[in-house]
Design a protein around this ligand. Structure first.
Ligand code: COA
Ligand code: NAP
Length: 278
């Protein structure tokens, strides 16, 4: 894990429990690693038990206490059972990270109703299902929610009608929960990563040399690492952010400042499989 987290006390989250939807891979697994590095117990859910098992083994090797449970976030009742099981097993819930998501690049006219529904169901409804199921345990602990959003929530992207709609919904859900649940002692925030190196999202949206082209659009001159996203989540869940509620924090090296134009061109060109994205 990135040494930046070593600037924080290694027991910052000792005795705390973090539940991560979609925690078996990619950015969400990196977030789990970040919290584990600072002493948290982890609960991870996803659809593939095999993937979760591999993630659990990797985290346990770093001495973390990890519970995994296979559940589809689209199934509210299965997710509620999974969450209850995690709270029974680990004793409490302090942080909920809603990271499960689906994405494929496709022109709007080529997205079937079921394809659109699948992404909205996973990203938006799945986030609501997780927050809803976590409410009693978060109220009991005075905990917080972090939803994993994306730049697509704020600006339109070619080939991303389903994701733009779903993630925009996630941002508004987070703001609404912040408004409603603050009085219950629960904070709700979101993190919106820019493209993150080595992840499924980048493999799908920016294949081949398009990731390198994307790097050139970032003022800080590199793509994000999973540790950058983990650091932002750790901050938002920590006492340092005790009065931060209802924000969407861009963690993109300033890559979003240019608006949707250059990103649209890049994703559109990646979908066409050509290299005219400069
Ligand atoms: N282009 C157009 N439509 C696509 C598609 C693509 N590349 N990939 C899937 N779809 C459509 C399917 O055709 C199907 O619609 P249909 O029934 O009308 O044919 C619909 O999406 C659902 O596909 P299915 O594979 O049955 O869904 P699923 O529930 O098993 O998987 C997805 C959900 C499609 C989002 C899948 O990509 C997934 O599991 N993603 C998780 C990982 C991921 O996306 N990571 C990146 C996060 S940024
Ligand atoms: P990823 O590795 O594919 O992560 C998605 C995770 O969600 C997987 O572990 C997957 O596991 C799980 N998942 C998918 N559908 C699910 C469902 N129905 N129920 C439960 N779990 C489900 O992709 P990633 O690129 O790291 O993306 C992680 C998050 O970051 C997403 O929220 C994404 O929108 C966001 N994001 C990514 C980027 C990027 O550059 N990659 C940029 C901005 C935002 P199973 O398949 O086993 O279920």
């Amino acid at each position: 894990m990135d040494s930046a987290l070593d600037l924080l006390p290694s027991d910052l989250f000792a005795g705390r429990t973090v539940f991560v939807t979609g925690g078996g891979s990619g950015i969400n697994f990196g977030i789990a690693q970040g919290f584990a590095h600072l002493g948290a117990d982890l609960a991870l859910c996803g659809r593939s038990a095999e993937r979760l098992d591999a993630a659990r083994r990797a985290l346990v090797a770093t001495s973390a206490n990890v519970h995994t449970v296979a559940a589809d976030v689209r199934d509210a009742s299965a997710l509620a059972t999974a969450m209850e099981g995690a709270v029974d097993r680990l004793g409490r819930l302090d942080v909920l990270v809603c990271g499960a998501a689906g994405n494929f690049p496709a022109a709007a006219e080529r997205i079937s109703p079921n394809g659109f529904r699948s992404v909205v169901d996973i990203d938006l409804n799945g986030t609501f299902h997780a927050c809803h199921a976590a409410f009693p345990a978060l109220q009991a602990s005075g905990g917080s929610i972090i939803a994993i959003s994306a730049h697509q929530a704020q600006v339109p992207y070619a080939g991303q009608a389903h994701v733009c709609a779903a993630k925009a919904g996630v941002d508004q859900l987070v703001r609404t929960l912040a408004l409603e649940w603050g009085r219950h002692g629960i904070r709700a925030n979101a993190v919106a990563p820019g493209p993150v190196n080595g992840t499924e999202g980048v493999r799908r949206l920016l294949p081949g040399d398009h990731a390198e082209r994307a790097r050139k659009l970032v003022p800080l001159g590199r793509l994000a690492e999973t540790s950058d996203i983990a650091a932002a989540c750790v901050f938002l869940a920590s006492p340092l952010a005790a009065f931060i509620n209802g924000v969407v924090l861009d963690v993109d090296g300033g890559g979003g400042l240019g608006g949707s134009g250059p990103w649209n061109a890049l994703v559109a060109c990646a979908m066409q499989g050509n290299s005219d994205g400069d």
